[in-house]
Write a protein that binds this ligand. Structure first.
Ligand code: ZN
Length: 321
């Protein structure tokens, strides 16, 4: 097969209070808020993107904050954990940081030879920090208070919990081109592309009879895999359709173009293009500082802004002249 998915483009989840979400991901985890926009399918809701300095694919965790929404339930049929990658030598820094900031965690425990810390965000969304043994891609974001050598580099992997792993694995290793690289403690690990990209790994937990997940705050909404451009995405759309997978039309998400389909275990997948990226409507210096709307919603900016709960966003101390 000529085309490959190099790994994760972004993970999108549901949050509750928007300000609490910003505070946790910027102040505690030290990610950059790279884009403040709205949910194009629901313009009364923010869409926040967190990532590295320029919002590189593979570093992005995004949220739809729904203040007052019902708490979700993490379980079978969902991505049950999202793991960030930090340098191997930074594990001690992160243990100290979580302790100092009062974030309860478990670990370190060893998974596939790497040290892992497990904790949750302010909406009880399961997160992990994995001290990655291999070479790190990307530089993270050093505009916050975390020294650049310890910054989160991007998404390491996601864990999917499914009632029957066989069909989920068949799609991954068949039409999507992943390969299995390990199995331990009931966890099977698969790798995308050549394994070198950020978020190139996905773990599958086979959990027949486990409690089913329910959508709501603290729950992952979908996992987006990367593809370079529109032409490659069209090939995916055609090959998945030929494989009997129901894929959507291409949707314009302003910073990337997307197609969506549900994998057999119940998890919603997306394939998102690397192009055009997050600098299409802001400079690297000002990313995330103001609410961005796509052209087709600009005429409604005033009404949209009035309906959104006000938030304050962190100043970019690292880049200000
Ligand atoms: Zn998405």
């Amino acid at each position: 097969m000529s085309k490959q998915l190099p790994g994760i483009h972004h993970v999108t989840a549901i949050a509750g209070d928007p300000q609490r979400n910003i505070d946790f991901y910027t102040d505690v985890l030290g990610l950059r808020l790279v884009k403040q926009t709205i949910n194009y399918d629901d313009p009364g809701t923010y869409h926040f993107y967190y990532g590295d300095t320029v919002g590189s694919p593979g570093t992005l965790l995004t949220f739809f904050p729904w203040p007052g929404a019902q708490r979700g339930r993490v379980g079978v049929g969902q991505a049950s954990a999202t793991a960030f990658s930090v340098p191997q030598a930074s594990l001690g820094y992160w243990i100290e940081r979580l302790v100092r900031l009062g974030v309860p965690f478990t670990g370190p425990s060893t998974r596939f030879g790497e040290q892992t810390l497990a904790f949750t965000d302010t909406d009880a969304m399961p997160l992990e920090i994995i001290a990655h043994k291999g070479e790190q891609t990307g530089g993270g974001w050093d505009g916050g208070d975390i020294p650049s050598e310890h910054a989160i580099r991007g998404i390491h992997s996601v864990t999917l919990s499914v009632a029957d792993s066989a069909p989920t694995i068949a799609l991954l290793t068949g039409a999507l081109g992943f390969r299995q690289i390990g199995a331990e403690n009931g966890r099977q690990r698969f790798e995308a592309g050549n394994g070198s990209g950020a978020g190139a790994q996905v773990d599958i937990l086979h959990q027949p009879g486990g409690p089913r997940g329910a959508m709501g705050t603290g729950v992952v909404h979908h996992i987006a895999w990367r593809t370079p451009d529109d032409a490659a995405q069209k090939e995916w759309q055609e090959s998945l359709t030929a494989a009997g997978v129901g894929v959507t039309e291409v949707m314009d998400r302003q910073y990337f173009h997307s197609i969506y389909f549900r994998e057999p275990g119940g998890v919603l997948y997306e394939i998102a293009t690397d192009q055009p990226g997050f600098l299409v409507d802001e400079t690297a210096e000002t990313l995330g500082s103001t609410l961005r709307l796509p052209q087709w919603l600009e005429p409604e900016r005033r009404r949209i802004e009035e309906a959104l709960p006000p938030v304050h966003v962190p100043q970019t101390v690292g880049l200000e002249a």
